[in-house]
Design a protein around this ligand. Structure first.
Ligand SMILES: Nc1ncnc2c1ncn2[C@@H]1O[C@H](COP(=O)(O)OP(=O)(O)OP(=O)(O)O)[C@@H](O)[C@H]1O
Length: 443
C-alpha cells in the first residue's frame, strides 16, 4: 500500500512504528504545518487525542476529497465531548479509541483499503465500458463482400431483407445500414414480429386512437409512426401472423395505414429493413408467408453466413470481445492460449456470435492467469473431437508449444527453473524455443 497520511498535533512514534510492523507506512503531518499537504488522498488517519478545540480539524476535513475515508483516533473520554461527537458523526468513516491496539487498527485500515479497491474497480468498469468502442468485425472474405453491399445499398431507400441464423448479427447489420443511410436524423425502430402478442399486433405497429377498444385510454403512436424519417427494422418478420401480413403489405404498397380506431389514413416516410432466421421460401411453399409481401421486403437480400462458415472472423471477434470485457471488468490483460484458439476454430457455434460473446465474457471473468484456455471457454470437447482430424504429430507439437509457453510464463522466463520444471536440459529447452519460434528473454 502507499503511505498512510496521519494528521495530528504530536508525532506518535509508537503508533507509526506499530503500523510499520504490519506493513503500513505512515507519513505524519503536523496540523500547524499543512501548506504542502495534498488533500487528494484515499484514507486519512486523524489523530484527535488530547484535543479540545476542533476548528482546525473541521478546516482540514472540509478540504478533503469527498471520497476520502477518514478514520479518527480518539480517547474514550473524548467520546462525551459534543464537538468530537459532531466531528465523528459528520466526517468519520470509522473511529478507534485509545489505548490504540495495532492489530485492531490494522484490521480497520484493511477494511478501508478493501473498500477503496472496490470503489476504484467499479469506477474503472463504468469508465471502461463507456469508452470501449463497439465495432462490427468483418474480416472474412464473405463479410467483406457483404460490407461492400451495405455501403452501396445503405444510402438508397431500397428495402433490405437480412437472412441468417440466430445470433449472426442481423440486427447489428440493420443498425449499420441505418447509420450509413441519409436517415440518421430519424430513429432506428426495431420491432420483434415474433414476440408481438396476436391481439395487439395491429396497435403495436400502426397505433390506436383513444377509445378505440376497451383499455385504450390514450392515443398510442405505433412503431411505424415512431420510425418516421428513419428506419423500421422488422425483426423475425417470418413470424408475423398471416392475418397481419396483409396489413403490412397494404402499408408497404400504399405508404399509408389506418391506426386502430382511426378515421383518416396516416402517411409516413420509413425505410424498411427486415430480418429472418427461418427459411422464407419454405414458409411461402407451406402457405405461411405471403409471396407478395416477400417481394415487397426483398429489394435486396443480404445473407449472413453462420460463424462456423467464416472461420477467419472467429479469432478477431474473440479478441475484440476479450479486450472489451477485460476492460469492463478491469481484470488487466487477457489473451488466448493456442489451444483455446484451436478449440474456437473447431467449435460449431450453433448460437453464432452471441454464443461466442457469452463464452468469452464468462471466461474473462473467471480466468485467473490472464491466459484463457479451452477449458475456460468450456470448449475442451471441441479440441478432443478435432484431434481425429488433425493427426498426432500436429497435436503433439501444439501441446509441446503450449506447455512451453505456460511454464515460461509461470517462471517469468527464468530458463534454469523452466528447464528444471519441464525435466529437460537447458540445451533442449533452447532447441524447443527455437523450433516453436517462441520469443524468450532469459531473466
Ligand atoms: N460482426 C460482428 N462484429 C461484432 N459484433 C457482432 C458481430 N455480429 C454480431 N455481433 C454481436 O453479436 C450479438 C448478436 O447479434 P444480433 O443481435 O445482431 O444477432 P441476430 O442475428 O439479430 O440475432 P437474432 O436472430 O437472435 O435476433 C450482438 O451483441 C452483436 O453486437
Amino acid at each position: 500500500m502507499r503511505c498512510l497520511s496521519v494528521i495530528g498535533h504530536i508525532y506518535d512514534d509508537g503508533l507509526c512504528k506499530g503500523l510499520k510492523t504490519h506493513g503500513i507506512f505512515t507519513e505524519f503531518h503536523d496540523v500547524e504545518n499543512m501548506q504542502s499537504f495534498n488533500f487528494n488522498i484515499d484514507i486519512l488517519l486523524l489523530d484527535l487525542r488530547g484535543v479540545d478545540q476542533t476548528d482546525w480539524a473541521e478546516l482540514i476535513l472540509n478540504q478533503l476529497n469527498k471520497n476520502t475515508l477518514v478514520l479518527m483516533l480518539v480517547e474514550n473520554k473524548q467520546l462525551q465531548v459534543n464537538s468530537i461527537q459532531m466531528l465523528i458523526s459528520k466526517y468519520a468513516w470509522d473511529y478507534h479509541t485509545a489505548p490504540f491496539e495495532v492489530d485492531r487498527l490494522t484490521r480497520i485500515l484493511g477494511h478501508a483499503l478493501g473498500l477503496i479497491r472496490i470503489r476504484l474497480r467499479c469506477a474503472a468498469q463504468a469508465n471502461n465500458s463507456l469508452h470501449f468502442p463497439s465495432k462490427t468485425i468483418m474480416c472474412s472474405r464473405v463479410m467483406q463482400a457483404l460490407s461492400k453491399q451495405i455501403y452501396r445499398a445503405a444510402p438508397t431507400d431500397i428495402p433490405i431483407l437480412i437472412r441468417g441464423e440466430s445470433g449472426t448479427g442481423k440486427e447489428l447489420i440493420a443498425r449499420e445500414i441505418h447509420q450509413k443511410s441519409q436517415r440518421t436524423s430519424g430513429e432506428f425502430v426495431a420491432v420483434n414480429c415474433g414476440s408481438l402478442i396476436s391481439g395487439v399486433v395491429q396497435s403495436e405497429l400502426f397505433g390506436h386512437e383513444k377509445g378505440a377498444f376497451t383499455g385504450a385510454i390514450n392515443r398510442h403512436k405505433g412503431k411505424i409512426s415512431q420510425a418516421h424519417g428513419g428506419t423500421l427494422f422488422l425483426d423475425e418478420v417470418g413470424d408475423l401472423p398471416l392475418d397481419q401480413q396483409v396489413n403490412l403489405l397494404r402499408f408497404l404498397q400504399e405508404g399509408t395505414f389506418d391506426a386502430v380506431g382511426g378515421s383518416q389514413p396516416t402517411s409516413v416516410d420509413v425505410r424498411i429493413v427486415a430480418a429472418t432466421h427461418i427459411d422464407l421460401d419454405a414458409a411461402i411453399k407451406r402457405g405461411e408467408f405471403r409471396l407478395d409481401l416477400f417481394y415487397r421486403l426483398n429489394g435486396l437480400t443480404l445473407e449472413l453466413p453462420p460463424l462456423r462458415d467464416r472461420k477467419e472472423d472467429i479469432i478477431s471477434l474473440a479478441e475484440h470481445f476479450c479486450q472489451k470485457y477485460a476492460a469492463e471488468y478491469a481484470v488487466g490483460g487477457c489473451h488466448f492460449s493456442e489451444q483455446a484458439k484451436t478449440a474456437m476454430l473447431e467449435h460449431q457455434w450453433t448460437g453464432n456470435v452471441r454464443e461466442l460473446i457469452n463464452r468469452i465474457r464468462r471466461a474473462v471473468l473467471l480466468c485467473e492467469t490472464g491466459i484463457i484456455q479451452a477449458s475456460d471457454l468450456e470448449l475442451e470437447n471441441s479440441i478432443n473431437q478435432s484431434c481425429f482430424a488433425r493427426g498426432l504429430k500436429k497435436i503433439k507439437d501444439e501441446v509441446e508449444k503450449n506447455t512451453l509457453i505456460q511454464v515460461m510464463e509461470k517462471h517469468s522466463g527464468k530458463m534454469d527453473v523452466v528447464a528444471n520444471d519441464l525435466q529437460i536440459s537447458r540445451a533442449t529447452l533452447y532447441r524447443l524455443i527455437d523450433k516453436h519460434d517462441i520469443y524468450a528473454i532469459d531473466s
